[in-house]
Design a protein around this ligand. Structure first.
Ligand SMILES: *Cc1c(COP(=O)(O)O)cnc(C)c1O
Length: 397
């Protein structure tokens, strides 16, 4: 069939593609260690499952308002008050089918053809493609290990043009795990105050932080930015609920209403009983998070140490999310037999096909010197996978 022209601008999510390829190899009986996944490997806590089951049994199985239930919006408002010190009303909240869906609706509701969207790189793979789908132009700002993968106020200032409509912030970051401190955010806020640039703050990894770091919202740091900021968050990563598809956005009511209209003409409401589960996740006991983070922390420490033990690699210690993002450019230019490794894609393919380890090439995130390894997998898998990577690197000459 003849596809719409806009399809030429986007590609399937490369992270989901790596996962699919690794799963297909496993199905053929090939032993693959998967560092590709972007979801916690923990089960959803029982109290959350029970809340959804109870809702199902009680017949909570019909349409809810397209923008989500009042009950869940109220719970989300409580969360922002409790965790972030930010006051929102229900009219400022949109419940979506995952944070990704909230983001998609933000782009559709707010961007016109030719609008520029500033996206710090390395970036989450979906931001540029969502911008393209809205007819907008992604404007990446490059960062490297030297700045801890964070943009500076000076870089932000330089990237702003009369066409700049939006800035995407993602802290803690997927793929780098880098997180902006209060001071970092205050510096960026100084550049943004007094402009009409919309700030989209993707805080999905807010709770997955290490070494005593606390993730702060830019609105908490600079409340005067609230009127131009939309915060995106959700239950997927915090409560290991990726398959439930519940995320949310908080921001000025007029923007939220526009996004709700898009939802009412496309998906309608997020799944009714999944919303009940999300209420329990946000309002119920929070101990699960501490246990999961403590486990991630041990794996993170081990993985980063092993990666830095490979002389061709160097890896910053991330203080958030569940990814390591080593610089592997030390292997570029080397080869094994007839396989030459020239970039992150070659290296990821080499690791998957010759070592049975699935990683995501950094090129997909706008950082071709790096690869992304998720430590949302067992310690046993991490040990085995790193042994394999070490051997595969040693075989490159
Ligand atoms: C996982 C992820 C999301 C999407 O989460 P869902 O709520 O499952 O849609 C959004 N942003 C980033 C940076 C992510 O890594």
């Amino acid at each position: 069939m003849k596809l719409a022209k806009r399809m030429a601008m986007i590609k399937p999510s490369p992270t989901l593609a790596v996962d699919a390829k690794a799963k297909a190899m496993k199905a053929q009986g090939i032993d693959v260690i998967g560092f590709g996944v972007g979801e916690p490997d923990f089960d959803t806590p029982e109290n959350i499952k029970d809340a959804a089951i109870k809702a199902l049994k009680a017949g909570f199985t019909k349409y809810t308002p397209a923008s989500g239930t009042d009950e869940l919006k109220t719970a989300v408002c409580d969360k922002f008050r409790r965790d972030n010190g930010i006051e929102y009303n229900s009219a400022d909240i949109l419940i979506s089918c995952g944070a990704k869906h909230s983001l998609y609706n933000i782009f559709q509701a707010l961007l016109d053809d030719g609008d520029e969207v500033i996206i710090p790189a390395p970036y989450w793979v979906s931001y540029p493609d969502m911008a393209y789908l809205a007819g907008a132009v992604p404007v990446p700002i490059s960062t490297t290990e030297q700045s801890g993968f964070k943009i500076t106020p000076g870089q932000l200032k330089k990237a702003i043009t009369p066409k700049t409509k939006m800035l995407i912030l993602n802290s803690p970051s997927n793929p780098t795990g880098a997180s902006y401190s209060r001071d970092d955010l205050a510096g960026l806020a100084q550049v943004l105050l007094g402009t009409d640039i919309i700030v989209v703050s993707d805080e999905i990894y807010e709770k997955l932080v290490y070494d005593g770091f606390t993730s702060t919202s830019i609105v908490t740091v600079e409340p005067r930015l609230k009127a131009q900021t939309i915060i995106v968050n959700g239950v997927s990563k915090t409560y290991s609920m990726t398959g439930w598809r519940i995320g949310y956005a908080a921001g000025p009511a007029d923007a939220i209403k526009a996004m709700a209209n898009i939802q009412s003409q496309s998906t309608s409401n997020p799944t009714s009983f999944a919303q009940k589960g999300a209420v329990e996740a946000i309002q119920g006991p929070q101990d699960f998070i501490r246990e999961m983070v403590s486990e991630f922390d041990s794996r993170r420490t081990y993985m980063v140490k092993r990666l830095n033990g490979i002389s061709e690699f160097s890896c910053l210690t991330p203080n958030g999310a569940f990814y390591a993002f080593p610089n592997v450019s030390g292997v570029y230019g080397k080869s094994a037999g007839d396989i030459a490794v020239k970039n992150s894609n070659d290296f990821a393919t080499y690791l998957l096909e010759k070592a049975g380890v699935a990683v995501v090439a950094g090129g997909a995130f706008g950082a071709d010197n790096n690869i992304r390894l998720s430590y949302a997998t067992s310690m046993g898998n991490i040990e085995k996978g790193l042994d394999r990577i070490e051997k595969a690197v040693a075989a490159l000459k």
